[in-house]
Design a binder for this molecule. Structure first.
Ligand SMILES: Cc1cc2nc3c(=O)[nH]c(=O)nc-3n(C[C@H](O)[C@H](O)[C@H](O)COP(=O)(O)O)c2cc1C
Length: 387
């Protein structure tokens, strides 16, 4: 059996075991993929400050995110089509997260529906909302998330128009996959994936089919989703959704200090600094580079979290040391899911927790809450190289 020691091991297995169309869907950014690459490479420019002769007994990676206790300051980010990376993927990821003690965020564009995940997950999860033109659909899905006892609403702000990912167009990405000859040949080589897929009925967008007006089958689904992201989303609509939800409210996809100030005044329980993992505005700066400026702009009005580029416990450490109160990870756990199903998501979390714990100890810190700028060494100009 392969010994998994780091997230990259899971990525290699994910690539081997999942049809190309879905691996590529995960492992891509928009246009030139500059932002996608820099989300990761900018982390590696930040160095850690070693400290010795510090009592490091009794360490803990536990903290809270928006008032919720977490074993590790990481929430599983909303990822569409998880159920295509592995059969019943959303249920597997939600279970792994609940057992580990971190939040799972279910995407609007999930394969398993809100109700289905609620029926199979031991703990409440968070629901991520994309605002669609069809207001009845939006109203209804908010009510469905309430009925399913979702414990927070994560509203994504950076995808009202879809960034172009070349690979998805070339592969003809769809759920379920189109049965073209190259796709059939490729899928035939992924035996475990195929057998598990044959054993499940969950192969469409479960939150949409049967819930959105006129969407009953695959072809109506495609035309509906292509037209539905609401280009008119503005702060007044965001306020309406916040009030309708009435519970914990998290804004995802802020990458600018001015936007962050407005978002903080909106009474959000947390703001997530994110560029959607480099999938939207190619050419935007990495999330980690934008983080300190946004933390400063927001002050203590609300929590700021970092999303985009997390591939290790050391990345989590760096984000917290630059002022984030928590993080979200997307691909890091999707690699685990594609590699080994629920056990792979658990393994991804274990790997990152151990990396965080050991690195924290070697930096002379015992609690994630104590991490700060003093634990880092930044190259000159890292924070204000761009204006
Ligand atoms: C395959 C894939 C699908 C995604 N789908 C969604 C989604 O449905 N909703 C959403 O808010 N973000 C979505 N995201 C963005 C993630 O929530 C998160 O912001 C991103 O993965 C963070 O970057 P990282 O993968 O480097 O951790 C998706 C990301 C990936 C990789």
């Amino acid at each position: 059996m392969t010994v998994i020691t780091c997230i990259d091991d899971l990525k290699q297995l994910h690539r081997k075991r999942t049809p190309k169309m879905f691996y590529d869907y995960c492992e891509s950014g928009s246009y030139t993929e500059q932002t996608f690459r820099e989300n990761v490479s900018d982390f590696s420019q930040i160095r850690l400050r070693q400290k010795v002769a510090v009592d490091m007994a009794g360490r803990s990676t536990a903290t809270t995110m928006a008032g919720q206790e977490v074993a590790l300051p990481v929430a599983l980010a909303p990822v569409g089509l998880l159920g295509m990376q592995r059969a019943d993927g959303e249920i597997k990821a939600a279970r792994a997260a609940a057992k580990f003690g971190v939040p799972f965020t279910l995407s609007t564009m999930s394969i398993c529906s809100i109700e289905d995940v609620a029926a199979h997950s031991p703990d409440p999860f968070w629901f991520q909302l994309y605002v669609m033109r069809d207001e009845d659909f939006v109203d209804a899905i908010i009510e469905r998330a309430k009925r399913a006892k979702c414990s927070a609403l994560v509203l994504t702000l950076d995808l009202q128009i879809l960034g172009q990912r070349h690979k998805d167009l070339k592969n003809g990405l769809s759920a379920p996959p189109k049965l073209t000859l190259p796709n059939l040949v490729n899928m035939a080589l992924k035996t475990r994936w195929g057998l598990e897929m044959l054993g499940t009925k969950r192969r469409f967008f479960g939150n949409i089919v049967g819930h959105a007006k006129g969407v009953k089958d695959a072809s109506s689904l495609f035309s509906w989703t292509a037209e539905q992201f609401d280009p008119c989303l503005d702060w007044s609509k965001i306020a309406r959704i916040r009030d309708q939800w009435g519970g914990k409210f998290i804004l995802k996809g802020v990458l600018d200090a001015e936007d962050a100030r407005v978002a903080a005044d909106f009474g959000a329980d947390a703001i997530i600094v994110s560029n959607h993992g480099g999938r939207q505005l190619d050419g935007a700066l990495s999330a980690i580079r934008m983080l300190p400026e946004i933390v400063q702009a927001v002050g203590d009005k609300t929590e700021v979290w970092l999303d985009s580029g997390i591939r290790s416990g050391q990345d989590i450490l760096k984000a917290l040391a630059l002022g984030a109160k928590g993080t979200m990870a997307g691909r890091a756990y999707v690699y685990g899911l594609g590699a080994m199903g629920e056990a792979g998501v658990t393994r991804a979390l274990e790997v990152m927790q151990k990396e965080l714990d050991i690195s924290m100890a070697l930096c002379g810190e015992k609690r994630v809450q104590d991490l700060g700028r003093d634990n880092l060494l930044l190259p000159k100009g890292f924070l204000n190289n761009y204006s």
